[in-house]
Design a protein around this ligand. Structure first.
Ligand SMILES: [Ca+2]
Length: 202
């Protein structure tokens, strides 16, 4: 009976492993400090621009909404702000910070309460991020060797980004949905329908 029990447990664990869909990693660097959110929940906080926060997370629905806040400590043109982040999916898909992310500047995080980090937030009025230097080059290039201690496996190929010119705004917000949004109806229990097959038969 014990062997059967152990086998049952192993089978359950294996079933869970293959059905728990995606796992992924979020890495964030910011000059000077940052807070990261996944699906509206805070998951990361850092203030050493050369030391990324690395967050592993699951995507049971196959996608996740990433939201990143970065604060530049030097007001206006007294200093330049920068944000560098990436998401790596389990299948190797690499999603770098670049101009495809939505970006917005505004009040400091503590004063912002419009739900900007929530998955259902409407960011259609946000501009795209300003794409600056690629990791390893430009004004932050001298820190690349130190940064690679956390930005390895894989090496970062992300771009430093900001909202507008990076010597103006000091509090910026980024958003992107990673993974694949569900496009077909899903039956209770998570079993996918044969929607695609039905459509081709019509
Ligand atoms: Ca500044």
């Amino acid at each position: 009976m014990k062997k059967v029990f152990v086998f049952t447990i192993l089978a359950l664990v294996f079933t869970f492993m293959i059905s728990s869909t995606w796992a992924a990693t979020l890495r964030i660097n910011g000059d000077n400090s940052w807070v990261g959110f996944i699906n509206g929940k805070q998951v990361a906080e850092g203030d050493n621009w050369q030391q990324a926060t690395v967050t592993e997370f699951d995507m049971p629905d196959g996608y996740a909404v990433i939201a990143v806040y970065v604060h530049d400590a030097e007001p206006g043109n007294a200093g330049r702000g920068g944000a560098l982040f990436d998401v790596i999916l389990d299948d190797g898909t690499y999603i770098p910070s670049d101009e495809t992310w939505k970006a917005d500047a505004g009040a400091p995080l503590a004063d912002r309460d419009d739900g900007w980090e929530q998955p259902d937030f409407d960011d259609s009025s946000w501009d795209n991020a300003t794409q600056l230097d690629q990791f390893g080059s430009g004004i932050w290039g001298f820190g690349a060797d130190t940064m690679r201690q956390t930005l390895n496996n894989p090496d970062s190929t992300a771009y430093w980004v900001w909202a507008g010119p990076n010597d103006v705004e000091d509090d910026v917000y980024f958003r992107k949905t990673v993974g694949t949004l569900p496009t077909t109806p899903v039956e209770p229990g998570g079993k996918a329908t044969t929607w695609g097959a039905l459509k081709t038969e019509q």
